[in-house]
Write a protein that binds this ligand. Structure first.
Ligand code: G3P
Length: 226
């Protein structure tokens, strides 16, 4: 399994929006795949966990789980083991999203278990300090997202460009191989261009794509900024 989702990447977190309930998750993943094929851009789908197998079977672009729990297969009712995510056909996983936070010890163990299975890890951080702390555990990607900007209309790259630049510097000072993404309020190609110019290697976004009336058009615009 490659540990690389692409040198510059747009990751679409489907979250738990009603717009992606049931088969609609695979439909949105196919839109991501269409635009990736048209443009050559790296687009990654991150559907709800209950749709992982269906989505991974319906597209060839990388699929991420929205979470894993650091649990072994077996007596772990209701938890999401790295092993089951791997078996669904996922390339990797998000960890520690602002809406699904974990203690640092669990983050470290989840990264370790994911790596044992060849799963790529994209770990979210709400601050420069948290990103630096997480960098010690060598995930492939760290995505900085200020919680107060999530779901809003002002991109982190406009509202708080310093957090992006400072996270890039802090993470690279610990491990220069970790790629830094940013997210929260990212809506269009201009926001993506701004992210890249701040040193990020892509974006993590949700509402701008999931709630769009024409996701293909929004995705084309987003990747034009890579
Ligand atoms: O994981 C992406 C997310 O938290 C950002 O959400 O809706 O601001 O793009 P949104």
């Amino acid at each position: 399994m490659s540990s690389d989702l692409g040198s510059k990447v747009v990751i679409v977190n489907f979250k738990a929006y009603a717009e992606v309930d049931g088969p609609k998750a695979s439909a949105l993943a196919k839109a991501c795949q269409d635009v990736a094929a048209e443009t050559g851009a790296s687009i990654v789908a991150c559907p709800p966990i209950v749709e992982l197998s269906a989505v991974a079977a319906s597209v060839k672009i990388p699929v991420l789980s929205q979470n894993i729990d650091p649990k072994k297969p077996g007596s772990a009712t209701g938890w999401v083991t790295p092993s089951m995510v791997k078996a669904c056909g996922c390339a990797g996983t998000l960890i520690n999203h602002a809406e699904h936070k974990m203690p640092i010890e669990s983050i470290a163990e989840a990264i370790r278990m994911a790596h044992e299975l060849g799963l790529v890890t994209v770990v979210c951080a709400e601050s420069v300090e948290k990103a630096k702390e997480i960098a010690a555990y060598a995930p492939e990607y760290i995505a900085v997202e200020p919680p107060e900007l999530i779901g809003g209309d002002i991109s982190v790259t406009t509202a708080d460009p310093a957090i992006v630049r400072n996270t890039v510097d802090a993470v690279k000072s610990v491990d220069s191989s970790i790629r830094v993404l940013c997210g929260a309020g990212v809506k269009n190609g201009r926001d993506v261009t701004a992210a890249i110019s701040l040193g990020a290697e892509g974006v993590l976004l949700a509402s701008g794509v999931v709630k769009a009336t024409d996701p293909h058009a929004v995705l084309r615009d987003l990747v034009s900024g890579l």
